[in-house]
Design a protein around this ligand. Structure first.
Ligand code: ADP
Ligand code: MG
Length: 287
């Protein structure tokens, strides 16, 4: 990636693609090349006291950019007096969340190939020492509107570059509570530390969501949801939503949702599970 450019007028921004807690993401065209990007515009005022989160996102992205075809690449970044700008690959296919909502749920074979692809990218970021910490269908984007488009992991705002050391691989003692309740692992609420296993847990929740069309711990309040997560209280019900889902898929979800992070499988172990190992890889030839 080039050094941060100091000339924001190299780009012209267009329509808004999405927004999150601290950022608006806009379509942007690089004037000189005519290439389109997704530009994450972060208002410095809103970020006051949290600038480290953005610096962290930049550091993480620089470290992993271009290393895996299913992780969004950061192409450029710069700042003005008021805003920070991060220019990413433009993903025009929307969020996985919207595709799940539009379909109701995924056929098991399609779900397995998608989960296998995402797990390959998760394994890549874990091997680079990074925990995403906010994996959810809103942060998984399709590169193009095509049905078989590449799926991309985005939004590394909450991830941290993990340091090695004793237990660094499994249990990094990062105890801030963060993320989205429905996808958060029990150890995050218990404040017993959370490292790479939180991403595997989130993948279990995403797999459940893909197959059923709703999340496993969904409750009327966040408190009740948190209690259900800590207790590991979920079921493959109502029956009509699960009738066509194999025992192998259920076993895979149960494995990802292992309560104890030390006993939960790693991303690589998940890739070796028969539900994923036998899945057709979700692969799109390069254009
Ligand atoms: P936040 O940290 O505020 O959640 P995200 O990085 O998740 O910000 O971006 C918010 C939304 O903007 C995403 O959910 C998605 O809809 C859209 N978006 C983010 N990155 C891209 C991209 N590279 N291409 C297209 N849309 C994007
Ligand atoms: Mg997001």
């Amino acid at each position: 990636m080039p050094n941060p450019s100091t000339v924001p007028c190299q780009y012209r921004t267009g329509r808004t693609l999405g927004s999150g807690t601290y950022a608006i993401v806009k379509e942007a065209i690089h004037i000189k090349t005519g290439k389109y990007y997704a530009c994450k515009v972060i208002n410095k005022k809103l970020m006051e006291g949290r600038e480290h989160m953005v610096r962290n996102e930049i550091a993480v992205l620089k470290r992993i950019s271009s290393g895996n075809r299913n992780v969004v690449t950061l192409h450029d970044y710069f700042e003005t007096a008021h805003n920070l700008y991060l220019c990413f690959d433009l993903c025009t296919g929307g969020e996985l969340f919207d595709r799940i909502c539009a379909k109701g749920n995924y056929y098991e074979g399609d779900a397995a190939s998608l989960i296998r692809t995402i797990f390959t990218a998760v394994s890549y970021i874990h091997s680079a020492g990074i925990v995403h910490r906010d994996l959810k269908p809103e942060n998984l984007l399709f590169r193009t509107p095509a049905e078989d488009a590449d799926i991309m992991i985005a939004d590394f705002g909450l991830s941290r570059v993990m340091e090695g050391g004793i237990g660094g691989d499994k249990l990094n003692l990062l105890t801030e509570v963060c993320g989205t309740p429905g996808y958060m692992a029990p150890e995050i609420f218990k404040k017993t530390g959370h490292g790479k296993p939180v991403d595997v847990w989130a993948m279990g929740v995403i797999t459940y969501f893909l197959l059923a069309g709703y999340t496993p711990f969904d409750k009327e309040s966040q408190q009740a949801e948190m209690e259900a997560i800590i207790a590991g209280d979920y079921k493959f019900e109502p029956h009509e939503y699960w009738a066509n889902v194999s025992e192998t898929a259920r076993e895979f979800i149960r494995w990802c949702l292992t309560n104890d992070p030390n006993r939960r499988p790693t991303a690589d172990e998940c890739l070796g599970h028969k539900w994923l190992a036998s899945a057709t890889p979700h692969f799109v030839p390069d254009p």
